[in-house]
Design a protein around this ligand. Structure first.
Ligand code: ADP
Ligand code: MG
Length: 246
């Protein structure tokens, strides 16, 4: 079966700095893959290559079988298939919640105001913030803002979702509400590539866990293996640090 995402021999340099040093892995349709690893190991760069916010230096990325590193690829069409949620919520602060979730539907997908609002409200309901539809982001907690950001991404009908440390900027008591929404999406069958330090989430939700360090995939396997009995000492050391820091 065609993979949702297939990465082959991906290298990325920033100047002389080789940040991704030959990455290979795949995400099947409907699969949830969590990527863990120390700061600076290239996790964000990897996600940014997948939706072409960064240009890979070499290697191939196939999205649903289509080579998006081909210069003829329509990058906008690729991006439309992929929702992405960042650490910082990136909402438009001068727009209400409902405008935040409808603007791209209208400008990019050409939906009418009415249709965009209906779809936006459904997704706000799904993430549990529909009653805040007419307020501005600064009135919301970080957890609510991040849930709006998820609703905004979902309103574009993506085939897959990327999360880059979506809960790292949140106060600890707000992390659970965002992870809960992500868990629900996973249960509904959304294809997800999730960079996270939430080992409990990875254990409970991921089909596979990828451990990255210094621009390579060190370990790739089921959570029960990678998080519990990894093959490599550096995975063990990393897990010890993350778990002790909690
Ligand atoms: P992670 O998300 O795992 O913390 P990143 O992908 O953000 O890692 O960064 C990996 C390395 O690439 C770091 O050394 C970082 O400083 C560097 N880097 C990231 N983006 C850029 C950029 N735009 N220009 C130069 N260096 C960058
Ligand atoms: Mg990062």
């Amino acid at each position: 079966m065609t993979s949702a995402i297939e990465i082959q021999g991906l290298h990325k340099y920033f100047g002389d700095l080789e940040v991704l040093r030959g990455i290979d892995f795949r995400v099947a349709m409907g699969e949830v893959v969590c990527v863990i690893g120390p700061s600076g190991s290239g996790k964000s760069t990897l996600l940014r290559c997948v939706n072409r916010l960064e240009e890979p230096t070499s290697g191939t990325i196939l999205i649903e079988g289509e080579d998006i590193t081909d210069p003829d690829t329509d990058t906008d069409a690729v991006r439309r298939k992929i929702g992405i949620v960042f650490q910082r919520f990136n909402l438009f602060n001068h727009m209400s919640v409902i405008d935040n979730v409808t603007i791209a539907q209208r400008t990019v997908l050409g939906r009418s105001k009415e249709e965009a609002e209906q779809i936006g409200m459904e997704n706000l309901k799904k993430v549990g913030v529909s009653e805040k539809f007419d307020v501005f982001p600064r009135r919301l907690s970080g957890g609510q803002q991040q849930r709006v950001a998820i609703a905004r991404a979902l309103s574009m009908d993506p085939d897959m979702m990327l999360f880059d440390e979506a809960t790292s900027a949140l106060d600890p008591e707000l992390v659970g509400e965002v992870l809960g929404v992500m868990r629900k999406l996973a249960e509904e069958g959304m294809t997800m590539l999730v960079v996270t330090h939430e080992i409990g989430f990875a254990k409970g939700v991921a089909d596979r866990v990828v451990f990255m360090d210094e621009g390579v995939v060190v370990e790739d396997g089921p959570p029960g293996k990678v998080l519990v009995d990894p093959d490599h000492e550096r995975t063990r050391t990393f897990l010890r640090m993350v778990i002790e820091g909690e």
